[in-house]
Write a protein that binds this ligand. Structure first.
Ligand code: 4NP
Length: 168
């Protein structure tokens, strides 16, 4: 079992690669991706940490984020416009230092927990080990809840990255 907050060491010198994984890559993982990029910039880690996201399913490859996810990000001061959907493939396990699954079913899609595969909320200081619920079929409120989980969990991931030797 992974210690809360601990992240694996980089595979190789250079940038640390973080990937967020959900089902469709239009709601939860793009929200985490967008917020994490902003936090990485603020922390002065641009160029040292590379962030992206994908879905285990391929229905939304090439598409922009869900409009409700984009609206909640915009309202909170983030820029969701750059997102385009991607699908997980075997290459992600080679290129990424850490893959973070938004829920348990996404974690299963990644083959389960491992040194470089965690549940996103393993790093959430509130409700550690929980899931980020899929907001796709619900209302706006679901997206606000996802954003709150994502903001505090990304802050704790930045703390962990700042403690990672060799990142600066
Ligand atoms: P996400 O939400 O996994 O948070 O991006 C979903 C988006 C689309 C679908 C399911 C979940 N879908 O079935 O198309």
């Amino acid at each position: 079992m992974t210690r809360v907050g601990a992240i694996p060491p980089p595979r190789r010198p250079g940038a640390y690669r973080l990937g967020f994984v959900c089902l469709g890559n239009i709601c939860r993982s793009p929200m985490a991706d967008t917020v994490m990029r902003a936090r990485v910039d603020e922390a002065g880690l641009s160029g040292h940490v590379v962030v992206d996201s994908c879905g285990t399913g391929g229905w939304h490859v090439g598409e922009a984020m869900d409009h409700r996810a984009a609206s909640s990000l915009l309202a909170a001061g983030y820029d969701p416009s750059g997102h385009r959907g991607q699908q997980l493939d075997d290459g992600w396990f080679e290129t990424h230092d850490l893959l973070l699954a938004m829920d348990r079913s996404n974690l299963e899609g990644l083959g389960g927990r491992g040194e470089r595969v965690h549940l996103f909320r393993d790093h959430d200081p509130v409700g550690t080990g929980g899931e980020v619920p899929d907001p796709y079929y619900g209302g706006e409120q679901g997206f606000e809840e996802v954003l709150a989980m994502v903001e505090r969990t990304c802050a704790s991931l930045v703390d962990a990255l700042q403690c990672t030797p060799g990142l600066r």
